[in-house]
Design a protein around this ligand. Structure first.
Ligand code: GTP
Ligand code: MG
Length: 407
């Protein structure tokens, strides 16, 4: 399957919160899961899906997806996830299993922070009495660890860099280029962070240590947007903690990764009818299930799906793409009458692109040749021509007309 224009989602947090469970539930890739810290050491990479309502019903056509799937009207667009080893306090200085994990975290474009909302794991990820640990602390600690790690990288040789930037007027972001690449941070983010921190962009050598920390902390928020997954909501001590987590200045999604993993595995074996993100499921082969399994599924339905609307895993991936990264979905077609590609496949592809993408930029995302030879685009809903600067909208179906060919 051809991968669409995607970003990397990092599944992060302290040890033993359910990161690998969430990752496996989202991707169905194998990942070791166990009730002790540092089960995961090498990062697990896999493909999950963003779920969106497919446009085929709007056009009353049957589609033949190529780069994505369409199940009962839900378009599932593949996106990459990485499950990273747990971070403990002091990791930026090499505590726990060292700071290489922070490096891995910084390679991601958006972070899904899994916290144990039941409060049953201490700050190092060891099991404790449920309710004993405050998961709000885990949110603050991870923010601090990532910021301190970024500070330690950006601060290297800072006084010389700041002086040179003041002298040659190329700007501080230019001089931090190599470090920023290492942290997967775009240059524009630096200027935005300096502005938001209220610092003098022309005089970096005058910034105090506190100024520098504030700048990097804002840079982290901009370049590594994060949401909170309040996991293990199937446990009774989670409820009160979720209420408190919801008061934080984050998108917070209540979740039971374990429930999602059970449902996805049962669906994979066609025992139940369930798609990621559904609010219910149907048992289709009861004769193949033991009474304990049926009871387990009923518990998931009563405790999670009815109360929470869904298990939360799909909701988190969608929120990462549509809210944190502010992406939209666009369907390119060659033939606007039949909504097909040159092989006659109807609505073959769904692309995830940043909001604000123009028709011309979209042509470049599909193929550089199409961008170079761009003439105009056609909106398949009203068959009107749109120019190169037209900004695309979510669920647009677009045909690009180039000097050489259509796409
Ligand atoms: N009750 C409950 N337990 C869960 C849930 N998700 C994960 N767990 C359990 O939490 C423990 C840790 O799960 P993992 O997925 O291995 O956690 P991790 O964060 O990847 O751990 P490390 O790799 O050690 O950092 C396991 O015993 C899981 O079965 C959940 O939604 N509810
Ligand atoms: Mg793990």
């Amino acid at each position: 399957m051809q991968r669409s224009y995607s970003r990397l989602l990092g599944v992060v947090g302290k040890p033993n919160t359910g990161k690998s469970t969430f990752f496996s539930a989202a991707t169905l890739a194998a990942a070791e899961i166990a009730n002790y810290p540092f089960t995961t050491i090498k990062p697990n990479r896999g493909v999950g899906y963003v779920r969106t309502k497919c446009v085929h019903e709007d056009f009353n056509v049957k589609d033949n997806p190529k780069n994505s799937l369409c199940l009962d009207g839900a378009r599932l667009v593949p996106v990459e996830l990485v499950d990273i080893a747990g971070i403990v306090p002091g990791a930026w200085e090499g505590r726990g299993l060292g700071n290489q994990f922070l490096d891995e975290i910084c390679r991601a474009d958006a972070l899904i922070h899994i916290v144990d909302a039941s409060g049953g794991t201490d700050c190092e990820g060891k099991s404790c009495k449920p309710g004993e640990h405050d998961p709000v602390e885990d949110v603050q600690f991870l923010e601090k660890e990532i910021t301190l790690w970024m500070v330690s990288i950006l601060k290297k040789d800072w006084s010389r860099i700041a002086r040179t930037a003041e002298q040659d007027k190329k700007g501080i972001a230019h001089h931090l280029e190599d470090r920023l690449t290492g942290l997967s941070i775009r240059r524009e983010c630096v200027n935005e962070a300096i502005r938001k921190a209220g610092l003098n962009i022309d005089k970096p050598a005058t910034w105090s240590d506190d100024d520098f920390y504030r700048f990097v902390d804002i840079l982290r928020c901009i370049s590594k947007p994060m949401l909170i997954v309040a996991n293990k909501i199937d446990l009774p001590t989670a409820h009160e903690n979720v209420e408190r987590l919801l008061k934080l200045n984050y998108i917070v999604i209540s979740c039971s990764a374990e429930a999602e993993l059970a449902l996805r595995r049962a669906a994979e074996r066609t025992l139940i009818d369930y798609k990621p993100g559904d609010g219910d499921f149907k048992i289709i082969q009861p004769e193949k299930l033991s009474s304990a399994q049926i009871n387990g599924l009923e518990q998931i339905n009563e405790k999670i799906l009815i109360n929470n609307g869904s298990t939360g895993v799909q909701e988190a991936i969608n929120a990462a793409y549509f809210k944190l990264l502010d992406m939209i979905t666009v369907y390119p077609v060659e033939d606007v009458e039949h909504l097909s590609d040159h092989n006659g496949r109807v609505l073959p592809d769904t692309y995830l692109v940043p909001r604000g993408t123009t028709a011309h930029a979209f042509a470049y995302i599909i193929h550089s040749e199409l961008g170079d030879n761009f003439l105009y685009a056609v909106d398949a809903r009203d068959k009107r021509r749109i120019g190169e600067d037209a900004i695309l909208k979510d669920r647009d179906v677009i045909s690009i007309v180039s000097a050489k060919k259509r796409a």
